[in-house]
Design a protein around this ligand. Structure first.
Ligand SMILES: [Fe+2]
Ligand SMILES: [Fe+2]
Length: 332
C-alpha cells in the first residue's frame, strides 16, 4: 500500500501538468500495487461526453446540411481518436481505476484523490506573528513589506485577482526548497528528516489554492504575462537564496505567509460587507477541503487562510531548524 501511495504521489506532477482544474484530460498515470506497476487510462469518458454533446447540439438547433456534415466529421474524428487512444491504452496495459465518492458517484478529479483531501484546521491562530529580532529576521521582514507595496498599488482591493496572482508565486518556494533538499539528500546519501515531503506538499497545497481561485477569477492576458515574468524572476532568485541561506529563505516565506493571511482576512471582510459576492464554492474546493455541498466563497477563503497560517508556522519553524543546523546547501 505504501508503494501504491508513493507512486501515485510521485506521478502527481505528471497528472497535474495536463489536468489543471482537475478534470480528466488524457494523461496516463502510474499506479502500482502488490509490487507490480500498471498504468491507468483517464480520458475515455470526457470524449464520449463531447460526442454526446455534439450530437445533442445537432438535433436541437436544426442546422443546415453542411453544418451537420461538418459536425459528423468532428464527431467521428473524436470517436476515432478515442479508439486510437484505447488501442494505445490496451497495448501499454493502461486502465483507469474506478474511484467513487461515498455517495457512489464517480470521483471527478485526477489532480488529487479522495485520500488526499482533508478538513482544514480552523482553530489555528491566524494572528500569530514572528517578531523580527535578528538581522536576518529584520531583513526578511523588510523585504516582504517592500514587496507588498507594488502589490497593493497594482491590485488595491481586488482580492480575488490578487489571491490568484499571489498563489502563482506562493507555490514556488516549497517546490524549490523540496527540490534542493532532495538533491542534497542524493548527494550526501542521507535522509531529509521529512522536510522534502513537507515542502513539496506545501507547494501542492498552494497549487490547489490556485486551481480553486481560477474557478472564480479568470486572468486577463496581461496578468498571464505578469505571472510569466514574476515566476521567471522569483524562481531564480529564490533558488539562489535557498542555496545560500535556507534560514533566510524560509523566514521570507514565513513573512509572505503572514501577508497572505492578511490578504485573505481583508478578502473575508469584503465578502462580509457585500463588496465581493459570496458565490457558491467551486466543486474542486468542496471535494478538496471536504466542504458541505452548499459551501460558499467565504468558506473557501476561510479554509485557504487556515492553510496559509499552517504554512507560516512551518516556514518560521524551518528557519529556526536550519539556523540550528548552522549549515548551508552550498557548503554541502
Ligand atoms: Fe496559498
Ligand atoms: Fe501559503
Amino acid at each position: 500500500m505504501n508503494r501504491l501511495w508513493l507512486l501515485i504521489r510521485a506521478s502527481s506532477a505528471l497528472r497535474s501538468s495536463a489536468i489543471d482544474g482537475g478534470r480528466n484530460s488524457g494523461v496516463p498515470i502510474l499506479l502500482a500495487g502488490g509490487g507490480a506497476c500498471r498504468e491507468i487510462h483517464l480520458w475515455s469518458s470526457p470524449m464520449a461526453s463531447m460526442t454526446e454533446w455534439r450530437q445533442n447540439m445537432t438535433s436541437e438547433s436544426g442546422p443546415d446540411k453542411a453544418a451537420v456534415v461538418e459536425r459528423e466529421k468532428d464527431s467521428s474524428a473524436v470517436e476515432k481518436k478515442t479508439e486510437t487512444e484505447e488501442e494505445v491504452s490496451s497495448y501499454w496495459g493502461i486502465r483507469r481505476p474506478t474511484i467513487s465518492k461515498k455517495d457512489g458517484s464517480e470521483w471527478p478529479w485526477n489532480c488529487f484523490m479522495p485520500w488526499e483531501t482533508y478538513q482544514a484546521d480552523l482553530s489555528i491562530d491566524v494572528t500569530k506573528h514572528h517578531v523580527p529580532k535578528t538581522f536576518i529576521d529584520k531583513f526578511a521582514y523588510r523585504t516582504v513589506k517592500l514587496l507588498r507595496v507594488p502589490t497593493d498599488i497594482f491590485f488595491q482591493r481586488r482580492y480575488g485577482c490578487r489571491a490568484m496572482m499571489l498563489e502563482t508565486v506562493a507555490a514556488v518556494p516549497g517546490m524549490v526548497g523540496g527540490m534542493l533538499l532532495h538533491l542534497r539528500s542524493l548527494r550526501k546519501f542521507e535522509q531529509s528528516g521529512g522536510w522534502i515531503k513537507a515542502l513539496l506538499e506545501e507547494a501542492e497545497n498552494e497549487r490547489m489554492h490556485l486551481m480553486t481561485m481560477i474557478e472564480l477569477v479568470k486572468p486577463k492576458w496581461y496578468e498571464r504575462l505578469l505571472v510569466l515574468a514574476v515566476q521567471g524572476v522569483f524562481f531564480n532568485c529564490y533558488l539562489v537564496l535557498y542555496m545560500i541561506s535556507p534560514k533566510l529563505a524560509h523566514r521570507i516565506v514565513g513573512y509572505l505567509e503572514e501577508e497572505a493571511i492578511h490578504s485573505y482576512t481583508e478578502f473575508l471582510k469584503d465578502i462580509d460587507s457585500g463588496a465581493i459576492e459570496n458565490v457558491p464554492a467551486p466543486a474542486i474546493a468542496i471535494d478538496y477541503w471536504r466542504l458541505p455541498k452548499d459551501a460558499t466563497l467565504k468558506d473557501v477563503v476561510t479554509v485557504i487562510r487556515a492553510d496559509e497560517a499552517h504554512h507560516r508556522d512551518v516556514n518560521h519553524f524551518a528557519s529556526i531548524h536550519f539556523q540550528q543546523q548552522k549549515t548551508t546547501l552550498i557548503e554541502h
